[in-house]
Design a protein around this ligand. Sequence first.
Ligand SMILES: [Zn+2]
Ligand SMILES: [Zn+2]
Length: 110
Amino acid sequence: MPKQRSESNEKCALCSKATGDSWLSCEICGDCDWYHAKCLQLSDEAYKVLQDLWFCKTCNDKVRKIIPFLAGLQVRMTVTEKTITIMENYMGKNGQIIKLKSNIAKISGD
Ligand SMILES: [Zn+2]
Ligand SMILES: [Zn+2]
């Protein structure tokens, strides 16, 4: 489904022309500016890939900072899930706290 160019901004932010079919708008700050693929010096292939998920330079810098943070979060969540599973296993049996502690140390250490 093609995106709609913002009505309030009918010209390419780079060349100030209103015509042209191949264009991109930022997925994050979206409605404000749009750009011709050729004004961004994108190839046809790059345009096809990026047309649905393109970030302007400002947002791209933000995204690059967020992604490592999310990746770190994912790892931490995985560790927590494992920890809970182990706790449940041990608590379900006879609560071997010492063994439990050493298992958690194995997971979080490295
Ligand atoms: Zn342009
Ligand atoms: Zn943006």
